[in-house]
Design a protein around this ligand. Sequence first.
Ligand SMILES: Nc1ncnc2c1ncn2[C@@H]1O[C@H](COP(=O)(O)OP(=O)(O)OP(=O)(O)O)[C@@H](O)[C@H]1O
Ligand SMILES: [Mg+2]
Length: 336
Amino acid sequence: MTIRLFSELHLNVFHIHGIVFQILAFWQSIVNTSKSTRVNIEIRDLNKIYPNGNHALKEVSLEIGNGMFGLLGPNGAGKSSLMRILVTLMKPSKGQVLVNGLDLQKHRREIRQMLGYLPQDFRFFAKLTTWEFLDYSARLAGITQRKARLGAVEQMLEEVGLYEARNRMANKLSGGMKRRLGIAQALIGEPKIIVVDEPTTGLDPEERIRFRNLLSSISEREVIIILSTHIVGDISSTCTDMALLNSGSLAYHGSPDKLIEKARGNVWQISATETEYQEIQEKYPIISSIPAESGWEVQVVARDVNGYAGEQIEPNLEHAYVNFMEHELNQRWHEE
Ligand SMILES: Nc1ncnc2c1ncn2[C@@H]1O[C@H](COP(=O)(O)OP(=O)(O)OP(=O)(O)O)[C@@H](O)[C@H]1O
Ligand SMILES: [Mg+2]
């Protein structure tokens, strides 16, 4: 009896010790999550099936570390669905996301504090000036102190080139300016994880470059930036790591350089006559075509271009994307 009691007591002490240890470990992970400089996202076997049966994500597994991560894929590939899950706006049908080891579903509140998000269809209805809107966003991002908020808002408006427009009504700004305000609200408060869905849509070329530079400088601060885009150039110039989604499945994960390497030998520049040009359009995916004196200068992705005056050229990421869709996934490339 005494022995049993002792062993039960011993077990209980052991059990309590275990619980205390677990609580301490959990607390530690929260402290680490908010303070540590490194961030890590682990996506495991993620699936999303919408109520109407659309299977938007299929067994997606990915690990994302610090830096700029590019998400590429044709329309309907599942990019926005994945992003909505990552920012806790939508639950997956199956699978798990861990942020610094914490389960996204179980620790929404802590993880939300680390997030900045620009939705693809960013809109706002409130009647606020540009300044007021960003000030409100800064409050939501947890900058409670008035003076700090004033400084942060001013700096962000400068960074996205909206300082001059600060007293204009936000809903009366031009499309591109609204987009920039959307970018500003995602970046304010120095979030650790920045998720931007098609951020450069509607920006003019100068603004696009400015935005890329802004993201590049932020990515040096040990954050994760996840960027989805149709504009391949946005990824090639900024991202060190990327993924390609196709019909909800992960088709490629790695560096842009490795994807480019796969296209080596498959990109051609052809000097074509008008008649040849018509044939070429039927035969190969065309990357670009420029009228020339005697016909066309056409860039295509093909294993060979027998019968035409073609020479191989150095592939870039755009070529690599088309090459991958065409040759590795056997999906006929079409321009959108
Ligand atoms: N709310 C929804 N209900 C049902 N199906 C949806 C819903 N949202 C998206 N889908 C479907 O899920 C799939 C993935 O859509 P998603 O918007 O994630 O793709 P995307 O890669 O972001 O496309 P795009 O490049 O056009 O923005 C598509 O087939 C789409 O029709
Ligand atoms: Mg989308």
